[in-house]
Design a protein around this ligand. Structure first.
Ligand code: AMP
Length: 249
């Protein structure tokens, strides 16, 4: 089976982001970028399915600027076979990304699309669900276990207070949760090999998709800074402060 894995270029999770002075967004100048962690888990799952002989080809797709090639090369080094960059310098919302991915799905005809459950930059948690709606494919979100069995895939989902297992008829959409797997690191030989793997670049226009936005970000604000804590000298003082100052007991 062919698997498509959409991967997003985001600010590295170790970076403490700064909001731009005009509150129009986050300052990305000279900031370290990386593959969205949930997308790494999606790539890892696809590679494991290939190692088990279930998947025959893994195609990774990114929508973003030319520099998103870096994340696609990383995915190729982790075991994907080829990559497609849908090049756009615009700030695209989830629906636009889902429409672009739908155009790739129509062309590539995968049996499985594995996405991250959310991108850590915008925390949307929308693209997988929107792609399922646009394609009409079954969807299993927040997957902590994925088992392909014949013409269906069993997905164990992390839900409030427990786990739910659903059987999806292929083709299907799966979105990954944190506990699905632990992604591997790319080895140096595989990083070298990835440079020779095919990477095709297309544009939204070339795919015939309009990416006009229906959502406008009005402003982005940093969280309020917390005032410094204090050290108390004794339990009695702590109780006194909780009672009389914080008034929580
Ligand atoms: P979101 O709905 O934005 O939180 O993202 C959920 C998942 O959709 C990500 O983990 C990716 O798998 C996919 N995705 C979102 N944006 C993009 C993008 N620009 N390019 C490729 N995949 C994306």
């Amino acid at each position: 089976m062919k698997i498509i894995v959409p991967v997003k270029r985001v600010v590295d999770y170790n970076v403490k982001v700064r909001v731009k002075a005009d509150q129009s967004g986050v300052d990305l100048a000279n900031v370290k970028m990386a593959m969205n962690p949930f997308c790494e888990i999606a790539v890892e799952e696809a590679v494991r399915l290939k190692e088990k002989g279930i998947a025959s080809e893994i195609v990774v797709v990114s929508v973003g600027p030319n520099t998103a090639q870096e994340q696609l090369r990383t995915a190729l080094a982790l075991g994907a076979d080829r990559a497609i960059l849908i090049e756009s310098n615009d700030e695209l919302n989830s629906l636009a990304v889902a429409k672009l991915l739908k155009a790739v799905v129509d062309k590539e005809q995968p049996q499985l699309v594995i996405l991250g459950k959310q991108a850590i930059d915008s925390d949307n948690n929308q693209t997988g669900q929107m792609l399922a709606a646009l394609t009409g494919f079954a969807q299993g979100t927040f997957a902590s276990k994925v088992e392909v069995a014949g013409d269906s895939v069993n997905v164990t989902r992390e839900i409030d207070g427990g786990l739910q297992t659903v059987a999806l008829k292929l083709p299907a959409i799966v979105t990954t949760d944190l506990r699905l797997n632990e992604p591997r690191y790319a080895s140096l030989p595989n990083i070298m090999k990835a440079k020779k793997k095919p990477l095709e670049t297309v544009t939204p226009d070339g795919l015939g998709v309009s990416t006009a936005s229906t959502v406008k970000v009005l402003k982005v604000e940093a969280p309020a800074t917390r005032s410094a804590g204090i050290k108390v000298g004794s339990v009695a003082e702590l109780v006194e402060k909780l009672k009389n100052e914080a008034k929580v007991i």
